[in-house]
Write a protein that binds this ligand. Structure first.
Ligand SMILES: CC(C)(COP(=O)(O)OP(=O)(O)OC[C@H]1O[C@@H](n2cnc3c(N)ncnc32)[C@H](O)[C@@H]1OP(=O)(O)O)[C@@H](O)C(=O)NCCC(=O)NCCS
Length: 161
């Protein structure tokens, strides 16, 4: 079956479990220029000031998204979709899921940093209402790429259109 034609009716967005981490690391290696370590993911299991959701399609880990809850701000730390499953709406669904949960847990705004050349991610976030508010020059240590700082204000009254 062509993956683009496969439907998402069996897609589940579930909390991170340790058993998902090997599959997450496989995705991380191919989509993230500065991949997180195994320990970085296990750290996400051990605190309650974060939200980490994993997308499972037909028993396959296809993506994940996470944020930290810092006072009243939701800081998105990662959103990633396996290459074979991109452009099917899963990244958008995952991001909406974590933002909705952050809002329901009392966060008033959301923010993130994204590589200036990452047009796909910037478009995803802009479509959800994030605004480009600043640039951090040379922010990424692997290639000194600039970071765009984005904010979604009024998360408390936000909903995806
Ligand atoms: C960015 C990423 C998470 C998007 O996930 P995805 O599931 O492919 O995205 P979706 O199918 O949900 O698309 C949602 C929106 O994102 C934008 N988008 C996604 N892929 C895009 C691309 N290749 N080019 C341009 N815009 C793109 C579009 O605005 C799209 O809306 P549209 O389909 O109505 O045009 C995915 O490309 C990815 O994992 N990239 C590598 C990791 C990464 O860069 N993460 C972000 C770190 S800040």
């Amino acid at each position: 079956m062509n993956l683009l034609e496969a439907d998402l009716s069996t897609l589940r967005l579930v909390p991170l479990k340790e058993g998902y981490i090997p599959a997450i690391l496989d995705i991380e290696q191919v989509v993230n220029g500065a991949p997180w370590s195994y320990k970085s993911f296990t750290n996400e299991l051990d605190h309650d000031h974060g939200i980490f959701k994993v997308a499972i399609l037909d028993a396959i880990v296809v993506g994940y998204a996470a944020l930290w809850l810092l006072v009243d701000e939701a800081h998105i730390t990662t959103v990633a979709i396996a290459p074979d499953y991109q452009r099917r709406g899963i990244g958008r669904l995952l991001t909406i899921e974590i933002l909705n949960e952050a809002r329901d847990r009392g966060m008033l705004s959301a923010t993130l940093e994204v590589r200036a050349g990452n047009e796909a991610a910037i478009s995803l976030y802009e479509n959800l209402g994030f605004k480009n508010v600043a640039v951090r020059k040379g922010y990424y240590p692997d290639n000194r790429e600039d970071a765009v700082v984005m904010w979604l204000y009024d998360l408390d009254s936000w909903s995806d259109k």
